[in-house]
Design a protein around this ligand. Structure first.
Ligand SMILES: Cc1cc2nc3c(=O)[nH]c(=O)nc-3n(C[C@H](O)[C@H](O)[C@H](O)COP(=O)(O)O)c2cc1C
Length: 196
């Protein structure tokens, strides 16, 4: 099996070493090589480092405070400590790559059945791009963390990123400062059920 598929782990502790421009571009190129529905390539990548990261974190913190004071997501309160933990990791990682669905539709309005089908296909394509990037990061000696816990700050982040399209995920990247064990996986019985 491909070495990086076996070796990749979610990394939640990073060294302070910067990731070079050249390496950032290699990782994004790996994302762009992913397959996509109808070859639509629905992604847009925004790499955030250095001082920009400080201002980005401020936007995220503002969003979390707003959500605490006036929740837009019902039941979000039970997720706050997880979100704060993820924010801490994002603060430490030297590089964050945001992935935007450039065909995304505002989360404020309901999708038609046709739009939902497009959204499902685009989501899979973007997932493939993110997985490619995390495997490329591993291959280049870096750790990464796929992050969806940014949705509390959805509006604030979209404003910061100057996009009215949908923000899908973030990938934190940096040199790992931990070596976590593999997390358990379900057994193969989930796959072979129909063979009995
Ligand atoms: C779509 C997606 C969203 C995730 N969001 C977060 C997150 O917001 N915070 C976090 O700490 N981990 C997040 N993870 C990482 C998962 O917790 C992790 O992949 C899982 O526990 C398996 O561990 P492994 O990646 O080391 O194999 C996310 C993973 C995926 C695929």
């Amino acid at each position: 099996m491909i070495r990086s598929i076996l070796n990749r782990r979610s990394i939640r502790k990073y060294k302070s070493d910067e990731v070079s421009e050249d390496v950032i571009l290699k990782i994004i190129e790996a994302g762009m090589l992913a397959p996509s529905a109808k070859n639509r390539q629905p992604w847009k990548f925004v790499a955030v480092t250095g001082k920009s990261k400080v201002s980005m974190m401020k936007a995220m913190e503002k969003g979390l405070e707003r959500e605490k004071a006036k929740p837009l997501l019902p039941g979000s309160a039970k997720e706050f400590s997880d979100a704060e933990n993820t924010f801490k990791i994002m603060r430490q990682a030297p590089l964050i790559i945001f992935v935007i669905n450039r065909f995304g539709i505002s989360i404020d309005r309901e999708l038609t059945p046709e739009e939902r089908i497009y959204e499902i296909c685009n989501a899979q394509s973007i997932g493939a791009a993110i997985e490619n990037m995390s495997l490329a990061a591993d291959d280049l000696g870096l750790g990464s963390l796929w992050i969806c816990n940014t949705y509390f700050s959805y509006y604030e982040l979209c404003e910061w990123l100057e996009t009215d399209k949908s923000l899908f995920a973030a990938l934190a990247i940096g040199y790992a400062d931990e070596s976590p064990r593999a997390r358990p996986r379900l057994g193969l019985d989930v796959v072979f059920e129909r063979r009995k």
